[in-house]
Design a protein around this ligand. Structure first.
Ligand code: CP
Length: 417
C-alpha cells in the first residue's frame, strides 16, 4: 500500500517500491511553501497545472466567474452551443479518478463535452496495468502520451502535485507534457470545489438574480431590513460559517483559504468538540498569518455579536462528518457528543438571514442528517445550484487552461452582450 510518507533513511520502514521512490524524488519540491511553488504551475499569465486553491487570485476568480456566466448564457441557445462545442474538439482529456466521485467526475466530463473535448476515464485501477506492477507515474506518463489534459482524483495527498512536477520535468527535457488538474487529493486540497464554491458566492452576492429589476431591486429591499443596512455586494465584508467536520474537510480548507483573500471577512468554524473534527493547527496558523478574524465554536447557537451565530452569518457551509476515516478511538470518543447540534432543521433555517445561502459540497449523509430534505425548497438552499455551478466554472477553467476564454468572451459580447 503506497503512502506519501516523510522519509527517514535510517528507518526500517523506509519505502521500497518504485512508487514510493518516485514520490520521494519530489519530496524537496513538495516541502516548499505554497507561494514558492506557484510560478512553476503557471505559464505566462495563465495556469498550467491546477493543484492548490491558492493559485486562484481574486482577479482570476472574477475572470473565471465571468467566463462561466458567458458559457452558461451561450449554452441556452443552439448557436451558442455550436460555437462552444467547436472550440476544443481537437483536445482529449483523461479523467483518472481512483477515489469515488459523483459531482466532480461528472461535472468535469460535462464541462469537457460543452467545449467539445473528448473524454476517457480510468476509475478503477484494477482495470489498468497498475495491477501488473506499473507505477502511478508510468500510468500518468502514458496518459500524457494519448491525452491533452489529465484531471485526477486520488486518495494520496500530493500525488497530483507530484504529477505536475513530473510533467514539468518532461517538458524541460523536451518530452510531451500536459496540464494536470487536481480533482481532490487525499485530505489535502480540492481546488476546483473551492472554485465552484466561490463562483456560487459570487452569483449569490451579486444580488442580480431573477428577483431583481431596474425598478425595485432585491438588494435595495434587503438593505431596508433591520440589521442589513451595511450589506454590500460581493464577497468582502461578510461572515462565513463552516459547520461539521472541519478537521478532515479538504473543501473547508480550500475555501477558507480563498475567502481569506477578501477584505473584512470573518470565518466561523463550528465543529463538535473532538480533536479529529475541530480545525487543524496548520489551517489556524495560515489564517492567523493572513490576519483573518477567526472564531471557533462548538454550536450553531453559540453567540457572535450578542446573537446566535446561525442568525448572524451571511453564508453557511455545511459538511458531512467523514466517518469512513474514523479510527476506533474516534468512534469511542464520539459517544459523548450530541451530533444533532451540527444538523440543520427547518426551524433553524427560518432564523437565518433571508439572503444567506446554505452551501454543502455534497454528498450529504442521509444517516447523519446535516441537511434534511425538508430544507431543499427553502430559497436559501443553494447546494444543488452549487453543484450545477461546478459544471459551468469547470468549463471556464478548461477554457482558461487551453487559452480560449478570450474567444468565448468576444463571441459572447458580440452575440449576447
Ligand atoms: N463535492 C464533491 O467533490 O463531490 P464528489 O465526491 O461526488 O465528486
Amino acid at each position: 500500500m503506497l503512502t506519501l510518507m516523510q522519509p527517514n533513511p535510517s528507518d526500517a520502514s523506509t519505502p521500497q517500491t518504485q512508487d514510493d521512490r518516485d514520490l520521494l524524488h519530489y519530496e524537496g519540491r513538495l516541502a516548499r511553501p505554497v507561494k514558492a511553488k506557484l510560478p512553476e504551475l503557471e505559464r505566462g499569465d495563465r495556469l498550467r497545472h491546477v493543484i492548490f486553491s491558492g493559485q486562484f487570485t481574486v482577479e482570476l476568480l472574477e475572470e473565471l466567474g465571468g467566463v462561466a456566466d458567458a458559457i452558461r448564457q451561450l449554452s441556452k441557445h443552439r448557436s451558442g452551443q455550436d460555437f462552444l462545442i467547436n472550440l476544443l474538439h481537437h483536445k482529449r482529456a483523461m479523467l483518472y479518478f481512483t477515489q469515488p466521485s459523483t459531482r466532480t467526475f461528472l461535472s468535469f466530463m460535462a464541462a469537457c463535452q460543452i467545449l467539445g473535448i473528448t473524454c476517457n476515464e480510468v476509475r478503477d485501477p484494477q482495470t489498468s496495468s497498475e495491477t501488473k506492477g506499473e507505477t502511478r507515474f508510468d500510468s500518468i506518463r502514458m496518459f500524457s502520451s494519448y491525452f491533452d489534459l489529465i484531471v485526477m482524483r486520488s486518495p494520496i495527498a500530493r500525488l497530483a502535485e507530484s504529477c505536475a512536477y513530473l510533467m514539468n520535468d518532461l517538458e524541460r527535457s523536451g518530452n510531451r507534457s500536459v496540464p494536470i488538474v487536481n480533482a481532490g487529493s487525499g485530505a489535502d486540497q480540492h481546488p476546483t470545489q473551492a472554485l465552484l464554491d466561490i463562483y456560487t458566492l459570487q452569483r449569490t452576492f451579486s444580488f442580480s438574480g431573477p428577483n431583481d429589476s431596474s425598478i425595485s431591486s432585491r438588494f435595495d429591499d434587503l438593505r431596508k431590513q433591520p440589521g442589513c443596512e451595511h450589506l454590500t455586494k460581493g464577497l468582502a465584508n461578510k461572515t462565513y460559517a463552516f459547520c461539521g467536520d472541519i478537521g478532515r474537510g479538504r473543501t473547508v480548507r480550500s475555501l477558507a483559504l480563498l475567502l481569506a483573500n477578501y477584505a473584512n471577512v470573518r470565518l466561523v468554524f463550528i465543529a463538535p468538540p473532538h480533536p479529529t473534527l475541530v480545525m487543524r493547527d496548520d489551517l489556524r496558523d495560515r489564517l492567523a498569518a493572513r490576519d483573518v478574524e477567526v472564531y471557533e465554536f462548538d454550536s450553531l447557537e453559540q453567540e457572535l455579536d450578542g446573537k446566535p451565530v446561525v442568525e448572524q452569518v451571511d453564508a453557511l457551509y455545511m459538511t458531512r462528518v467523514q466517518r469512513e476515516h474514523d479510527t476506533s478511538d474516534d468512534a469511542d470518543q464520539y459517544a459523548t457528543i450530541d451530533f444533532s447540534q451540527y444538523c440543520l432543521t427547518p426551524e433553524i433555517v427560518t432564523r437565518m438571514k433571508s439572503y444567506a445561502p446554505i452551501l454543502h459540497p455534497f454528498p450529504r449523509d442521509q444517516h447523519f442528517g446535516e441537511i434534511p430534505q425538508e430544507i431543499d425548497n427553502d430559497p436559501r438552499a443553494m447546494y444543488f445550484r452549487q453543484a450545477r455551478n461546478g459544471m459551468w466554472v469547470r468549463a471556464a477553467l478548461l477554457a482558461h487552461i487551453f487559452d480560449v476564454d478570450g474567444h468565448i468572451m468576444r463571441y459572447f459580447h458580440q452575440e449576447l452582450g
